[in-house]
Design a protein around this ligand. Structure first.
Ligand SMILES: Nc1ncnc2c1ncn2[C@@H]1O[C@H](COP(=O)(O)OP(=O)(O)OP(=O)(O)O)[C@@H](O)[C@H]1O
Ligand SMILES: [Mg+2]
Length: 328
């Protein structure tokens, strides 16, 4: 099913909050939105929902994957170019930003954008104007940018790969999609939702998961999140004949992980900060990221975050003031 027809399924409080927040953001005048979430958690879906719920819904929603477009083509792709701007620019070309005027641009994997282009993007966010490659005059646009990332951007800032000012600019409205393993029984609710959909699509009548399969779904850490769940179920619809999903229908990889008992969390992909960043700035950024993660996980509750970090609430507050996360 096409993404724009989908709803954000789930009953976990974090997902209910997210739906509410996304709706608020959609109807607001916010020009930038940042979506955090592991791979397959629904970042693309959420971006599309925000567009659909906004007054921009009748205009374009353009999806740009910063990792998929070579850095040297990205600027002309986004901003377009004038005739003769470079060898091969035989005609003026309108860029995606102009094509999406009054609509939304989804910048997926924003951390892959190179630094010079980050500078140009920031200037566009500040002034609502940009220059086509090779142009003298600026062009005005009204576009909402929704950026997405599956990595902690602050680590990129520390490593010098992401502009700090752009980071703070994007951070103003940041939505966090929790991993599927952190949504409690939503995994079962979503499984049933996909089963219902595939029953229609494949003309089948699978009732649901056997209790033993439910237990496995609860324990498995779902590193590929909702996409992994959806693909797994579709595979079962194609390959199996029973009308209930049994453990033997599940891939070995899943059974082994669950049997090993550990809630294996995907390895941290954040690169280690570079020595040139300096000991002080690098450790401060690390501490900030740690605190921000604890606060995200606790829904902003200081007491819970402090307990998770195994420090006192007072110590947490002190650190936050020291690190500039809170005013004194
Ligand atoms: N809460 C949800 N309810 C219903 N479907 C969902 C939900 N979350 C994700 N999906 C579905 O799961 C699949 C993966 O979602 P999506 O592509 O939005 O993830 P993503 O975070 O953008 O992944 P990636 O980081 O790999 O780009 C899609 O088919 C999407 O429609
Ligand atoms: Mg995506």
């Amino acid at each position: 099913m096409a993404d724009y027809q989908r709803k954000l399924i789930g009953e976990h409080p974090t997902i209910a909050d997210l739906r509410h927040l996304a709706d608020r953001v959609a109807r607001s005048a916010a020009r930038t939105v940042l979506i955090y979430g592991e791979t397959g958690t629904g970042k693309g879906l959420l971006a599309r929902m925000i567009h659909n719920a906004s007054s921009r819904a009748e205009q374009e929603f353009l999806d740009i994957n910063c990792a998929a477009i070579p850095a040297n083509l990205m600027e002309s792709e986004l901003f377009g170019h004038e005739k003769g701007a470079f060898t091969g620019a035989v005609e003026r070309k309108i860029g995606l930003v102009e094509a999406a005027n009054r609509g939304t641009i989804f910048l997926d994997e924003i951390r892959e954008m190179d630094l010079p282009l980050q500078t140009k993007l920031l200037s566009l966010l500040d002034t609502h104007q940009f220059r086509r490659v090779g142009a003298v005059k600026t062009t005005s646009v009204d576009v909402r940018f929704i950026a997405a990332t599956n990595k902690v951007l602050l680590t990129e800032v520390t490593a010098g790969a992401f502009r700090e000012d752009l980071y703070y600019r994007l951070q103003v409205v940041a939505l966090n999609i929790p991993a599927l393993r952190d949504r409690g029984d939503d995994v079962l609710i979503m499984a049933q939702h996909f089963i219902d959909q595939f029953n229609t699509a494949y003309g089948r009548n699978i009732r649901g998961l056997a209790p033993e399969s439910e237990a496995i779904f609860r324990k498995y850490p779902w590193p590929g999140n909702v996409r992994e769940l959806e693909n797994l179920l579709e595979r079962i619809f194609i390959l199996e004949d029973e009308d209930v999903i049994l453990p033997r229908h599940l891939p070995d990889r899943i059974l082994r992980t669950v049997r090993a008992g550990a809630r294996v969390v995907p390895p941290a992909e954040d690169p280690a900060p570079r020595p040139e960043t300096g000991f002080h700035d690098a450790t401060a950024a690390f501490q900030r990221a740690l605190i921000e993660r604890a606060l995200d996980a606790s829904g902003g509750n200081m007491q819970t975050a402090a307990a998770q970090l195994k420090i006192s609430r007072h110590a947490l507050r002190h650190q936050m003031i020291k690190l500039g996360l809170q005013s004194a």
